[in-house]
Write a protein that binds this ligand. Sequence first.
Ligand code: TPP
Ligand code: SF4
Length: 355
Amino acid sequence: MAEHDPRGERLDELRRKFGREPLPPGADQKELTPREAQPRFRGLESGHRACQGCGEALAARLVTECAGPDVMIANATGCLEVFTTAWPQSSWRVPWMHSLFENAGAIASGMEAAMKAKGKNTKVLAFGGDGGTYDIGFQALSGMLERYHNVLYVCYDNEAYMNTGIQRSSSTPHAATTTTSPAGKERMGKRHLKKDLLAIVAAHHIPYAAAASVAYPADLQRKVRYAMGIEGPTFLVIHSPCPLGWRHDSALTIEVARRGVECGLFPLVEIERGAVTNVMPIRKVRPVTDYLELQGRFSHLMTPDDARAEEERAHLQALADHNIQTFGLRGDTPDAGDTQASSSVGRGGHPAGRV
Ligand SMILES: Cc1ncc(C[n+]2csc(CCOP(=O)(O)OP(=O)(O)O)c2C)c(N)n1
Ligand code: SF4
């Protein structure tokens, strides 16, 4: 590539910034792999120990890719922490701190206060699973939000305590089977509703709280970038399938996540200072059975001629319908070129526009 080529200079600048050698003089862009030709920050390296098809690993990579490199992370224990930091190795390329199950929010608050005292702009992120966020770290999270720390908290929601053997959490959906809510003669899996954490978080009057899914990476990264630009507490919950705990083929992670959104069970909404300002419309609403049928954790709901299974399916369908109704998810756009989940989706509803 000629030295005066501005694309080459930009590429060299990016490579230097992310700790890579500048291209040798005369190198041609054709020689680059697609990833090299579009250099991005990799906050989470490959080579970690996540299961094949782990939604959480993918989600964390997507988040750090567009949040980094000037970030620090406080990570609650859980799969994400365990599969990335088997001593003495680490997959993280940013400053990263282990926290207890219960206090990622408190650790992140301290990190942010320290950065402030040092006069640095490094953004602090806090990561936790649903067990560490919906349940055990909830108190520290609430305190962090209420004290208005400048932290982006990301909850990787795989809907159970996966790292310790698939125990139910308050995020586990109704009727899913887990090791502590087993489906059997007595019960059809979990008997309680998934906690609406987004609404609870939004009730802290924070500037921004949103739901995202690994099935929609452009949308997910747009939300991360938007949150990163906000001074104050922000929150993102990411629907992250777990092939082990959800008992689906590891090649189907994205398909499962997509169906979760398309049936209405996991609505992708954005809430600013308590008001819903944006939703991802569903172009073609699927029945919840399309989502359930791919996952072993719901297999007890799919037996034919079983009145109990039918009742549970109807119940889950009613929950999805309720979301679709409440958030107005049934999408309809006048833009014929619109594709669901692309960054260019004409979402409307928010006067300030989007990044
Ligand atoms: C106070 C406390 N209770 C229990 C544990 C054991 N423990 C470690 S990770 C984990 C499950 C984590 O679940 P979640 O936060 O949903 O993350 P996932 O592994 O599903 O990603 C549990 C119960 C602990 N470390 N500390
Ligand atoms: S158990 Fe689930 S969340 Fe944990 S690494 Fe495996 S796929 Fe990921």
